[in-house]
Design a protein around this ligand. Structure first.
Ligand code: PLP
Length: 381
């Protein structure tokens, strides 16, 4: 049996999405910037996708800029706003994705001042702490909508109120929350928002940045002035068509949540010495469960599950090739040995109850076996 529980890393392409993309990979291959019929057809299809995505997040089509994905959108948002401001202070939370944190670190080297805002033991940013961190020269706050490792959904509305009061722009990385909870830009009160396609059954290598009308941002790429001068480069037409379709398919969030809850109950009933990382209830993404299995090391467990055809992850997919414990888990206060024992399970619309039962059986067995061998369990620290 095979069971994929790593939808937070990426998702398979939905058949409807693939069907919508296929003509643009074959006979409708035109460059959306070309003036002839093939080009005009491509451009028209891109604009339909832009409209669908804009509608989905409550934006205007002209506020959507297509990019190569979440990493580029986050770089563009943070560096583009900073370049437009020239100097000053920005605030990012300590549990942002590396592409946000490393953009902020890079800006520090260019002379900008950065505050890395702490989170509580469930991963929440406090709007009051944020208020205290805002300075006279703060121009941007970047707080992700939902965390990719522990599923914490931030109180963006309250965070936005603070930013509005202080006249500071708010950017949010919504790569993990898109289609799981509402990401209406006006309800959330964001000025910029990052989204991508490959977490929502669309193709990899495509995403978008929502930029509220009137926000001044410098382009990140120099080139021919595509996307209204904001993002040069030939548009990834099939990718954009797939992305546009992927917001329109049924994401079956109720089903995903039900399976995730059955899994959580099973883990907590059948396996001792486990710790749920991140919050419970509605403030946690419906598809995410992240557990530390005490006395064992996550990577070892991951490979044992892999040998049964079960795909899960330690930390985030992009960071899991390092030996450092996850910055998210250490930021919520986990000691290193507990952080190292963490596994993220992220559920998807095509998972089944049988798969959940299968993973629970294998997990119980492998945790038991690894613990038998664990030096920690034998009192070695
Ligand atoms: C929260 C978050 N932001 C950004 C990214 C990066 O997106 P992409 O893979 O499209 O560059 C990811 C994907 O791992 C993510 O989970």
């Amino acid at each position: 049996m095979k069971a994929y529980f790593d939808h937070g890393a990426t998702t398979p392409i939905d058949p409807e999405v693939l069907k919508a993309m296929t003509p643009f990979l074959k006979q409708r291959f035109g460059n959306a910037a070309s003036l002839h019929k093939l080009g005009r057809e491509a451009s028209e299809a891109v604009e339909n996708s832009r409209e669908a995505i804009a509608k989905f997040i409550g934006a205007k089509p002209e506020e959507i800029v297509f990019t190569s994905g979440g990493t580029e959108s986050n770089n563009f948002a943070i560096k583009g706003i900073a370049f437009a401001k020239k100097k000053g202070h920005l605030i990012v939370s300590k549990i942002e994705h590396d592409c946000v944190l490393n953009s902020a670190r890079w800006l520090e080297k260019q002379g900008f001042e950065v505050t890395y805002l702490s989170v509580d033991d469930e991963g929440f940013v406090s709007p009051e702490e944020l208020r205290k961190a805002i300075q006279d020269d703060t121009f941007l706050v970047s707080v992700m909508h939902a965390n990719n490792e522990i599923g914490t959904i931030q109180p963006l509305k309250e965070i936005s109120k603070v930013c509005r009061e202080k006249g500071v722009l708010l950017h949010s990385d919504a790569c993990q929350s898109l289609t799981k909870v509402s990401v209406n830009i006006d309800d959330l009160g964001v000025d910029l928002m990052t989204i991508n396609s490959h977490k929502i059954y669309g193709p990899k290598g495509v995403g978008a940045l929502y930029i509220r009308k009137g926000v001044k941002i410098d382009p990140y790429f120099s080139g021919g002035g595509h996307e209204n001068g904001k993002r040069s480069g030939t548009l990834n037409v099939p990718g954009i068509i797939g992305f546009g379709k992927s917001v329109q398919i049924n994401h079956k969030v109720g089903h995903v949540k039900k399976l995730r809850n059955i899994f959580m109950k099973g883990v907590e009933k059948r396996i001792s010495d486990v710790k749920l990382n991140g919050p419970r209830g509605d403030k946690r993404l419906a598809n995410n469960a992240n557990y530390s299995f005490k006395y064992i090391e996550g990577e070892g467990l991951l490979f044992r599950l892999d040998s049964h055809g079960i795909a899960v992850s330690t930390a985030s997919a992009c960071a899991s090739n390092t030996l450092e414990p996850s910055h998210v888990l250490t930021s919520i206060g986990l000691p290193h040995e507990i952080a190292h024992g963490a596994i993220r399970f992220t559920f998807g619309k095509d998972n089944t109850l049988q798969e959940v039962e299968y993973v629970l059986d294998k997990l119980e067995k492998e945790v038991k076996e690894l613990r038998k061998m664990s030096p920690y369990k034998r009192g070695w620290k």
